[in-house]
Design a protein. Structure first.
Length: 239
């Protein structure tokens, strides 16, 4: 195929009525006015440092995210909490937290390694920089405020933020603990400031059947019932 034949493919797609699915492959895009394609629920985008619902930071400064990062784009330094005014529930907190987006490959390994679900990736990905320093996001730019959202920076496009922000790192809420499908759909993570307990991602069963279909309880309620049943069985076993 010559290089002109490549242009023919582009021209055909430009004037085609639709793709195999019956929808246009591309859609008109106007900055700050929407026109964007729907984001996959597991899209990896801009990082967020979360807080507990009481306002305490989830990050404990353990530096596991920096250690597991294959691109070496994360720099973390922990510091001891002031017992009179702690920043996080643990003994330490993330004093310095930086992500270099010129290196980040959005693999989400930092999210998987985090023991407290402090770092997650949102679906916000449209940001461009005019200098290298802007590409290094600091803790002040990553940590969420009282409404659960990070600081919006001048070069970030948040025109569809209302649609994508509720779905951060959805894959973390899709995998059943230890591969046990009986726990699918049961909440096993702490609530986040501004969002509460995020809903689990369903539909992961090989047979297409969700564990939540068997009960009429909300996931958080189901977790409480399961914990109560376990406690009852343990208590009966001691008698």
């Amino acid at each position: 195929m010559g290089y002109l034949d490549g242009f023919l493919v582009t021209i055909k797609k430009t004037f085609a009525k639709g793709s195999q699915s019956g929808e246009n492959v591309t859609s008109p895009y106007v900055k700050d006015e929407g026109g964007k394609r729907a984001k996959p629920i597991r899209l990896h985008g801009r990082h967020v440092l979360n807080k507990y619902e009481d306002g305490m930071e989830k990050c404990i400064g353990c530096e596991l995210c920096a250690g597991v990062c294959p691109a070496r784009c994360i720099y973390v330094r922990g510091a001891d909490n002031d017992p009179a005014d702690p920043v996080s529930p643990g003994e330490r907190y993330g004093f310095i937290y930086e992500i270099n987006y010129l290196r980040c490959i959005h693999c989400d390994l930092c999210v998987e390694a985090c023991p407290t679900e402090a770092i997650t990736e949102s679906k916000l990905f449209e940001f461009s920089f005019t200098n290298r320093q802007d590409a290094i996001y600091t803790k002040d730019e990553l940590v969420v405020d009282d409404d659960g959202n990070p600081r919006q920076l001048p070069w970030e496009d948040w025109s569809d933020a209302g649609l994508v922000q509720p779905h951060t790192s959805a894959w973390m809420r899709a995998t059943a603990p230890s591969g046990d499908a009986d726990f699918e759909g049961i909440v096993a993570w702490a609530g986040e400031l501004g969002w509460g307990e995020r809903a689990p991602e369903l539909g992961q069963r090989a047979d297409g059947h969700d564990a939540g279909d068997d009960v009429s309880l909300e996931p958080s309620t189901a977790r409480g019932v399961a914990a109560h049943d376990d406690a009852t069985q343990t208590e009966e076993g001691t008698h």
